[in-house]
Ligand binder design. Structure first.
Ligand code: 03F
Length: 209
């Protein structure tokens, strides 16, 4: 079975509220994926994503009934830490986590749409660069942007990357891409809903690291 389809995001209810427990269970699988990318270069990214999931889970577990949706966590933190909010707690962790999720979304969408460098069709640099420019670059200063350029050289080949999404099975590329498209449906809806929540609550910050 495809790694992606084993870990699909659930459909959201009409009010687009995101159940914290379900969300945490689903995103918890993403970091293990980095082990399939075949390079230690991605370890800091994996730690950053895992760290943010752990931070959100830590707060959720303090009061699962109170923090039943992601929005309820942001509202509670806005009330409790008026001076520092939104640069605090799970609000800050999810602010960054959603950017990583958006990166993955744009990269997978670009692959599914067949965007490629015709001169190097087995490289995914175009897809990764597009994702980086749209999801993360503006939040990174000069140093981190340089790290990104270095990490880009460790990006796997397109064929190997697609194979790793299929747990190493020899599935045909079109089957794998169909799985990616299927995965992207609820995934994109969820990521969009988180972005919308940050906009609506005026919780977005644009400082650089
Ligand atoms: C800020 C910042 N986090 C952190 O400082 C940076 C960490 C590492 C950045 C490395 C740059 C390179 C990125 C791109 C490389 C791509 C190569 C891909 C090739 C395939 C925040 O950290 C903390 O998070 C927050 O908790 C803290 O409190 O100011 C706050 C304080 O600082 C980030 O910039 C987030 C980085 C997220 C990167 C996500 C990249 C995903 C990369 C690859 C995905 C591969 C596809 C996966 C498909 C999976 C399908 C299942």
């Amino acid at each position: 079975m495809s790694l992606l389809l084993d870990n699909q995001f659930k459909e959201l209810p009409p009010d687009k509220s995101i159940d914290t427990k379900l969300f945490l269970e689903t995103v918890a699988h993403l970091p293990t994926f980095f082990d399939c990318l075949g390079s230690k270069v991605f370890s800091p990214i994996k730690s950053d994503i895992s760290g943010n999931i752990t931070k959100i889970r830590g707060i959720y577990l303090k009061d699962p009934t109170k923090y039943v949706t992601l929005q309820s966590i942001l509202e509670a933190e806005r009330e409790a830490h008026a001076a520092e909010w939104p640069k605090v707690g799970a609000t800050l962790a999810l602010m960054w986590l959603k950017r990583g999720l958006r990166f993955i979304q744009i990269m997978l969408q670009s692959l599914a749409d067949g965007e490629k460098d015709e001169n190097n069709p087995n490289l995914i640099k175009v897809n990764v660069t597009k994702a980086y420019e749209q999801a993360l670059k503006k939040y990174h200063g000069w140093m981190v942007q340089k790290l990104f350029s270095a990490a880009l050289n460790a990006a796997p080949y397109r064929s190997n990357f697609l194979k790793s999404l299929s747990k190493g099975e020899e599935v045909k590329e079109d089957v794998c891409l169909a799985n990616v498209r299927q995965f992207l449906v609820n995934y994109t809806i969820t990521v969009d809903a988180i972005y919308e929540m940050y906009t609506d609550m005026n919780a977005e910050l644009d400082y650089t690291v």
